[in-house]
Design a protein around this ligand. Structure first.
Ligand code: DGL
Length: 278
């Protein structure tokens, strides 16, 4: 068992997702708490998570957490809505270092952003089907009305790098048509891949709908948590991304190229891990 009191503030933070989506959360962590070092794991061999069962996602998440613990992380961020929805409860019981997901922070931001109490949530089939955002939002703002829509093709489009592409535009129009007519004034990007196609979603939804990216609030919540636990890295932050480590379960080169674009830092390389052995 890890004794949290013995955890060094200079230890890294583990962040994981099914693929590249969690990099949108990494971006926020780097900008809000630049002193922290990150060990990132993208499950590129098993992406997408969105249509898989709770049991499968929980097993994947447990393997990744075991790998991250082996890297000596002091806290874990589940930078994936699907894994947060399905596996966070179980993971919280199994490990004794701080762990947070993206759903609770995202729900909080949405409840604080809406003016008319009508909130949309787009995400994977798993996240939308679990109704977890509704549950959190109703606790904060019981009168709010939440409309959900699964957008399963968005994740593979992002993984393929089709971020600004007519195909993505067309799919977005089809998925979001109903959402547009539902009177929402706030839309949660309930999958960490979606901020990467934010411009397309914005174009389709129009300027009257506020888009909520849970990544910002997640990084904020992480900073609070590290401070509370007394393990916030006190060193001055540095912008050198070389201090971070990136691991994937497949296609390390492709991931490295993509990560370099998302994090705007040339030459990011990733290492492949046989995650099924953890
Ligand atoms: N980026 C993940 C999420 O936030 C998973 C997408 C997927 O793998 O289907 O849900």
């Amino acid at each position: 068992m890890t004794d949290i009191k013995k955890l060094s503030a200079s230890a890294p933070i583990g962040v994981f997702d099914s693929g590249v989506g969690g990099l949108t959360v990494v971006n926020e962590i780097i900008s809000q708490i630049p002193s922290e070092r990150i060990v990132y794991f993208g499950d590129t061999a098993r992406v997408p998570y969105g249509g898989k069962s709770k049991e499968t996602i929980t097993m994947y998440a447990e393997q990744i957490v075991r790998f991250l613990l082996e890297q000596g992380v002091k806290a874990i961020v589940v930078a994936c809505n699907t894994a947060s929805a399905y596996a966070l409860d179980t993971l919280e019981k199994e490990i004794d270092i701080p762990i947070i997901g993206v759903v609770k922070p995202g729900a909080k931001t949405a409840a604080e952003t809406t003016k008319n109490g009508r909130i949309g949530i787009i995400g994977t089939e798993g996240t939308v089907g679990s109704r977890i955002y509704e549950q959190y939002i109703s606790r904060i703002s019981p009168a709010s009305h939440v409309v959900g829509k699964a957008c399963p093709l968005f994740c593979p489009l992002v993984e393929e790098g089709l971020l600004d592409d007519p195909v993505t535009d067309e799919i977005a129009r089809r998925y979001l048509e109903g959402m547009k007519g539902s009177g929402i004034d706030t839309l949660i990007l309930g999958c960490t891949h979606y901020p990467l196609i934010r411009t397309t979603i914005e174009r389709v939804m129009g300027k009257d709908v506020a888009l909520v990216n849970p990544a910002w609030e997640t990084a904020h919540a992480l900073k609070d948590l590290l401070t509370e636990e007394g393990i916030l890295n006190p060193e001055a932050g540095d912008a050198d991304l070389k201090k971070h480590r990136f691991y994937v379960s497949d296609s390390a080169e492709k991931f490295g190229r993509f990560a370099s674009t998302v994090l705007k830092y040339e030459g990011i390389s990733a290492e492949t891990v046989r995650i099924e052995e953890y």
